[in-house]
Design a protein around this ligand. Structure first.
Ligand code: CDP
Ligand code: CDP
Length: 225
């Protein structure tokens, strides 16, 4: 079968990438790949192995043993490492705290980028929505449709803290800001690259954001029909 069409979506934490991408994929019958979940699963794996995330050599040496699988149908939501289901474990604050440290290693990025391209190529649907930080620029720079999903820092922090009840709003905000800072040193996702359409969700609710993303996709519909 011919390779699936790709909708590439990047943006900072809390902009709505995961929830909006999954919903948009479901509406248009595309698969959906959350690349942040893969970085989180690798961070979980490093920690599970007792490896110090700061020890770059040891982290790189663990890469070949990283046996990862993810559901890409929008309704088939699971992430596994080996036989272990880590769908919930990768959202743990302990994983969020170390993920940027392993994600900044070039060998880790190259390995996961290859993995994302082969997962995308394995899709049997018309297309796949791939979401992360460097999808529009590195993983799929030739995608027909590329979107940067942004929102003000205030809106992003409020959304995230509404989801996390175990930590104070200030703690959640501080951790999110420090992760965005660390990630920004490695990949550019705060401003749109050439040819990338920005969708600002600051003043949009969840449904309106899905519609705004679908509008962009529809604009390019001929390209993916
Ligand atoms: O959902 P949230 O915004 O909290 O983050 P995520 O998308 O789950 O990504 C978790 C982490 O993975 C990010 O903070 C980055 O360090 C890393 N990541 C990356 O480096 N490149 C990507 N394409 C996706 C995620
Ligand atoms: O993946 P990312 O970190 O970019 O964001 P997310 O986890 O998809 O969204 C964070 C939260 O914001 C979710 O609970 C969404 O339902 C919510 N959201 C919202 O309240 N309004 C929007 N316009 C978009 C997302």
């Amino acid at each position: 079968h011919s390779s699936p069409h790709i909708v590439a979506i990047d943006g900072p934490a809390g902009s709505g990438k995961s929830s909006v991408s999954r919903a948009a994929a479901r509406r248009i019958g595309f698969d959906y790949l959350d690349t942040g979940a893969a970085y989180r699963a690798f961070a979980w794996f490093v920690s599970d192995r007792g490896i110090d995330p700061e020890n770059t050599d040891a982290v790189v040496a663990a890469l070949p043993g990283f046996d990862y699988s993810i559901g890409i149908a929008p309704d088939e939501h699971f992430v596994r490492v080996g036989e272990t289901d880590v769908t919930d474990a990768i959202r743990d604050p302990a994983v969020s705290a170390i993920v940027s440290t392993v994600a900044r290693i070039p060998e880790v990025r190259a390995h996961l980028t290859e993995l994302f391209r082969s997962i995308a190529a394995s899709s049997h649907r018309t297309g796949i929505v791939i979401e992360g930080r460097d999808i529009t620029t590195v993983v799929a720079p030739t995608a027909e449709i590329r979107i940067l999903l942004t929102a003000s820092e205030e809106a992003r922090m409020a959304r995230r803290s509404a989801e996390i009840s175990t930590q104070s709003a200030e703690t959640v905000a501080e951790q999110l800001r420090s992760r965005d800072r660390a990630d920004s040193r490695v990949v550019e996702f705060m401003s749109a690259a050439d040819g990338v359409t920005t969708v600002d969700s600051t003043h949009l609710d969840f449904e309106q954001t899905i519609d705004a993303v679908l509008d962009v996709i529809n604009t390019y519909r001929e390209a993916i029909a």
